[in-house]
Design a protein around this ligand. Structure first.
Ligand code: NIG
Length: 421
């Protein structure tokens, strides 16, 4: 590691004079602090200085490794605050059904969907699950993601949920990704509890949560609160139990209907409420009161061909909005934050500044790491993307599939993205 200077940067994107303690809300998201023609100094894994090239004191460069960035831009790595990237196999056979016109709920009701992934995960060893998930972790690194939240939820037994969370932790330990983990035992009711959902909720509360807490496997607790999955009452009980073990709430809220999920999220001061396709002013008020981040997942809306979340109305209301990939085998088989930004811009009418803020600083706050990640500020983690030579930051969401990452710096170490497996 040691000292690195990145110099002659065409533009430094998303700088903060003083690292913020809270996410950006509403109209604050419309601007992006940038420096034209700049430098950044890193000491080990921390950003220690940045500014305009003409203010650089040459003594500062002595002994430092120099990275030339002319024509390139530097921005914080993406913070993807909602993924299910630990899973076994894939579900392209359901994709056929989907193309033929079956809905997500219809596929789930036939025993497909989450239960299908759970069956496969059960017969997959922990090492094999790790190997498959590691490939996805490397994939998102190449896209420029530096921090990721990973949920369980395809186990649906104590043993298999633990298997998933151990794999998620192992990804954090064995790659340069910053990982936060979420226990999502309430993702679907497993077959063995068919017609006895409340008893499965009891098992989550009395067996799974204590076992997961004993191994310190989860930072957050999540529920898929939706018709056909879990009710608001189930969610309330699960959050209440998780809270006692220090797991803060996150929630899958209002993805397919207005389920009342936002109220329970606010009641438990959820760090984020995710999806929110079916929301209006009443939910906006609840989210605002509890300071809960609205995390939008347009990748799954695109894939399921459903309704997009009302991002513009949320921003006008003054809410903090984050974007995440929701990388999973059923509704969003895509881990590319840049693709998500493009959909958010085109389909939810978010501006380039808003999509960048939503994918960096607000994503960081939505996974509890906003004070150390998500922007370029003195004292923050040296987690940076040095872009290829690109004309502007608008180009990032505009150039749908063009790769933008030239060099990744994570924890102050330079990674050759072509060498990332
Ligand atoms: O957020 N809705 C619940 N969970 C995922 C889908 C998971 C799956 O279908 O495997 C989502 O869309």
């Amino acid at each position: 590691m040691g000292k690195i200077i990145i110099q002659n940067i065409k533009k430094i994107i998303s700088t903060e004079r003083v690292a913020s303690q809270t996410p950006l809300c509403g109209e604050q998201m419309a601007s992006l602090e940038c420096i034209e023609g700049g430098y950044i100094i890193l000491n080990d894994d921390i950003i220690t200085e940045f500014g305009e090239m003409n203010s650089l004191n040459s003594c500062k460069v002595e002994g430092a490794r120099v990275i030339e960035a002319s024509g390139k831009m530097v921005m914080p790595t993406f913070c993807d605050s909602h993924t299910h990237l630990v899973y076994a196999g894939s579900r392209e056979m359901e994709y056929r059904d989907k193309i033929k016109g079956l809905t997500y709920q219809e596929i789930a009701a036939r025993g497909g969907g989450i239960l299908n992934s759970a069956k496969l995960l059960h017969t997959t060893s922990e090492d094999e699950l790790y190997r498959q998930s590691l490939d996805r972790a490397y994939e998102i690194l190449r896209f420029g993601t530096g921090a990721v939240e990973i949920k369980s939820g395809y186990g649906l037994t104590a043993q298999d949920e633990i298997k998933m969370l151990r794999v998620a932790k192992r990804i954090g330990d064995s790659t340069p990704l910053t990982v936060r983990t979420t226990f999502l035992g309430a993702h679907a009711v497993p077959e063995r509890f068919s017609g006895r959902r409340e008893e499965y909720v009891d098992e989550i509360i009395h067996t799974m949560i204590p076992m997961i807490a004993a191994e310190d496997l989860a930072d957050y607790i999540d529920v898929f609160t939706e018709r056909g999955f879990f009710t608001v009452e189930d969610t309330d009980r699960i959050f209440n139990a998780g809270m006692k073990y220090g797991m803060r709430a996150k929630i899958h809220a209002n993805q397919m209907s207005n389920s009342g999920a936002v109220r329970v999220a606010s009641k438990y001061n959820a760090i984020s409420a995710d999806h929110l396709e079916f929301t209006g002013p009443e939910e906006f008020r609840s989210l605002k009161e509890s300071g809960t981040i609205a995390t939008l997942l347009p990748g799954s809306t695109f894939f399921l061909e459903m309704e997009y979340a009302p991002a513009r109305a949320m921003l006008s209301y003054g809410l903090p909005v984050a974007l995440a990939t929701n990388y999973n085998p059923g509704s969003s088989p895509a881990g590319d934050m840049k693709f998500i930004m493009a959909i958010a811009a085109l389909k939810m009418k978010m501006t380039p500044e808003e999509v960048i803020n939503a994918s960096t600083i607000n994503g960081a706050f939505a996974m509890g790491i906003g004070e150390s990640h998500g922007s370029i500020a003195v004292g923050k983690k040296a987690n940076l993307i040095i872009t290829r030579a690109i004309p502007s930051y608008e180009y990032i969401p505009y150039a749908l599939t063009a790769p933008i990452v030239d060099t990744l710096i994570l924890d102050g170490r330079e990674l050759d993205i072509n060498a990332i497996r």
